[in-house]
Ligand binder design. Structure first.
Ligand code: DQQ
Length: 514
C-alpha cells in the first residue's frame, strides 16, 4: 500500500482527482468505484427498508491507503448507485485518529449502528457509531474504543475487523462478534466476544484457529492473520439442515494473500470445520469480502478488486480500487459455495449478440459481431475428455494484447480447470500479468456454464459457479475490444449470448465529498 501523495510532475495528487478518474480509460463503468482517490474493502453492507447501503474504505484525498474514511453509496437495484455523504471521517484525535478501518452495520433495536476498527498509531481497536434514521449521519460513541485491548496473554499478529450478529431470542438474546486476528507461531483466528449492548464486551475465546505452518505459499494457505471475518448460515430455511460458512482473507506481515472460506457447523462457542476452500481464484483481486442477507433472503457478497498497476500509475489515474459486482452466494450440491452475479445486472444489458450453436471446430476465431470493453458474455459449452475451450477478450486487432479465459477437462474426464491467461493482457511491463487458475467442477457431460463480465480493467469470470476475478490493463485500451473463441479437442457450443453493457453512472466526474 502506498502513501505517495504527489504526482511525478510535483502536482499534488488531490488536485482534480475526480476529473482524472473520470477520464481514465481503465476505469470500470458498471462496477462501483469511488468518485476518486482510494477505495478498498466493502463495509456496513445492509438492505435497510428496501435500500441497499454500501459503505467502503475510502480516502478522498489521494489514491493511497492513508487515513481511511468510510464512503457511502445507496441503491434500490444493486446496479445504479447514488453517492451519499462520507459516513465516517477519522477524528482529529482519539481512537480513530489514523483511520476508520473496516466494520459492519447492525440494527440495534431500530438504531443503525456501526462497529468498526478505529486506528490510532499502529493499533486498531473496536469503535461504535450510531446513525440517523436515513443512515446518512453518524455519531461516534464518546466511550470509544469499546474494547480497549486485545485478549490478554496472547502474542497476536493483529486485531481488527468485525462480524456482529444478534443471537438467541427474548431475554436470552445477546450480541456476538468476531474480531479478526492471529496468534503468533500458531495461525490466523477469529476471536469471539459477547455483549448485551454492543458497548460492554466479554471475551469468550477463539472461535477457530488456522495452522500458519502448513502449506505456506500455497493458494489455500490460511496466513498469519484473518482479515474481514464473515460468518453466515446458508440453507437455514431448508429442513434438510444448514451449513455455516466462515469467510476470511489470509494476511501475512502486510501482504494481502487471498480470500478463503471454511464450511462447517457453528454451535456454542466453536466452529467445527468440514472443509477449507478458496473463495475466488483471483486471489487478492477479490479481497476482504463482506456479505449480507437481503430482504429477499439472498446472501449478497461484495469484494474489493485491488489494482494490478503501480502506485505511480494509480496516482496519475486519480483513483484506485474497484468494488466487485454484487454476487449471490448459495450452497452447491457438493457442499461448496456457488457464486453468481445478481440478476439485476440484466438492467444494463443493451445490444444482444448471439452466435450459432454447434461444434467449435477452430483453434481460434475472432468474432466480428461481438466486440467491446463493457460486455456481459454467457455461454454454455460441452467438453469431451481432454478438450479445452477458450474465450478471448480485450484483444487488439494485431493480437498483441489479449486476455484468454480457458476451461479444460482432464483426459480421464474426471474434472476440469478454469484458467485465466493474462501474460499478453498488456504490453506494459509494469502491470501484473500473472496467470490464475482453479478447479472447475464438471458433470459427466462436461458441461460448462461460463459467464464473463468485462468492464474496462475489471474482469469477473464465473465457471460452473466458481469465480475468478482479476484486473487487466491493455496499453491500447480503445483498440483492445476484440472477442474470439476457439477449442482444442471435441467442444460443442450449446449457446453463446453477449450483451453490450450500459454504464451504471451518469457521465461526468462525481463529487469526492457528496
Ligand atoms: N483493510 C482494512 C482493514 C482490513 C483490511 C483497512 C483488509 O480493516 O483488515 O483499510 O483489506
Amino acid at each position: 500500500m502506498t502513501h505517495d501523495l504527489t504526482l511525478p510532475s510535483g502536482r499534488p495528487a488531490a488536485e482534480g482527482l475526480a476529473e482524472r478518474a473520470h477520464r481514465d480509460p481503465h476505469r470500470p463503468r458498471f462496477h462501483f468505484t469511488s468518485p476518486g482517490g482510494w477505495l478498498n474493502d466493502p463495509n456496513g453492507l445492509t438492505h435497510w427498508n428496501g435500500v441497499y447501503h454500501l459503505f467502503y474504505q475510502y480516502n478522498p484525498l489521494a489514491p493511497a491507503h492513508h487515513r481511511i474514511h468510510w464512503g457511502h453509496a445507496t441503491s434500490t437495484d444493486l446496479v445504479h448507485w447514488t453517492d451519499e455523504p462520507v459516513a465516517l471521517v477519522p477524528g482529529t484525535d482519539g481512537p480513530d485518529r489514523d483511520g476508520c478501518w473496516s466494520g459492519v452495520l447492525v440494527d440495534d433495536g431500530g438504531v443503525p449502528t456501526l462497529v468498526y476498527s478505529g486506528r490510532h498509531g499502529d493499533l486498531e481497536l473496536p469503535c461504535v457509531a450510531r446513525g440517523s434514521a436515513d443512515l446518512r449521519y453518524w455519531t461516534k460513541d464518546q466511550a470509544n474504543p469499546v474494547i480497549t485491548a486485545p485478549p490478554e496473554g496472547l502474542d497476536i499478529t493483529a486485531f481488527r475487523d468485525h462480524c456482529v450478529w444478534r443471537e438467541g431470542s427474548g431475554e436470552d438474546a445477546v450480541w456476538r462478534q468476531l474480531i479478526g486476528s492471529g496468534i503468533r507461531g500458531v495461525g490466523g483466528t477469529a476471536f469471539l466476544y459477547e455483549s448485551d449492548d454492543l458497548r460492554d464486551w466479554r471475551y469468550v475465546g477463539p472461535l477457530l484457529t488456522g495452522d500458519a505452518s502448513q502449506k505456506q505459499g500455497e493458494l489455500d494457505w490460511t496466513g498469519t492473520m484473518w482479515e474481514c471475518v464473515d460468518l453466515f448460515r446458508l440453507g437455514e430455511d431448508e429442513k434438510a439442515g444448514s451449513t455455516d460458512v466462515l469467510v476470511f482473507s489470509a494476511w501475512d506481515e502486510g501482504t494481502t494473500h487471498h480470500p478463503l472460506y471454511w464450511t462447517g457447523h457453528y454451535q456454542g462457542d466453536t466452529f467445527t470445520p468440514t472443509a477449507l476452500n478458496r473463495l475466488d481464484y483471483g486471489g487478492r483481486y477479490f479481497y476482504a469480502p463482506q456479505s449480507t442477507r437481503d430482504e429477499h433472503g439472498r446472501r449478497i457478497m461484495f469484494g474489493w478488486l485491488q489494482e494490478g498497476r503501480t502506485d505511480e500509475a494509480n496516482a496519475q489515474a486519480g483513483w484506485c480500487g474497484v468494488m466487485s459486482l454484487p454476487r449471490i452466494v448459495t450452497l452447491g450440491a457438493d457442499g461448496r459455495l456457488d457464486q453468481a452475479p445478481v440478476p439485476e445486472l440484466g438492467l444494463l444489458r443493451r445490444e444482444h449478440l448471439r452466435i450459432p450453436a454447434g461444434p467449435l471446430e477452430t483453434a481460434y476465431t475472432r468474432l466480428h459481431t461481438v466486440r467491446g470493453d463493457q460486455l456481459d458474455i454467457e455461454t454454455t459449452l460441452h467438453l469431451a475428455p481432454g478438450a479445452t475451450a477458450r474465450l478471448v477478450v480485450r484483444e487488439t486487432p494485431d493480437g498483441a494484447e489479449r486476455t484468454v479465459v480457458e476451461v479444460s477437462r482432464a483426459h480421464d474426464g474426471s474434472g476440469g480447470t478454469l484458467r485465466l491467461h493474462r501474460e499478453s493482457s498488456s504490453l506494459d511491463p509494469t502491470v501484473d500479468t500473472e496467470p490464475r487458475h482453479g478447479e472447475l467442477p464438471l458433470d459427466d457431460d462436461g458441461r460448462v456454464d461460463l459467464r464473463v463480465l468485462v468492464d474496462h480493467s475489471a474482469l469477473e469470470i464465473f465457471a460452473n459457479g466458481r469465480p475468478l476475478t482479476a484486473r487487466i490493463y491493455p496499453t491500447r485500451p480503445d483498440e483492445a475490444v476484440g472477442v474470439g473463441i476457439g477449442a482444442d479437442g471435441d467442444v460443442t457450443l450449446e449457446r453463446f449470448d453477449a450483451w453490450q453493457m450500459a454504464s451504471a453512472f451518469t457521465d461526468g466526474p462525481r463529487p469526492l465529498w457528496p
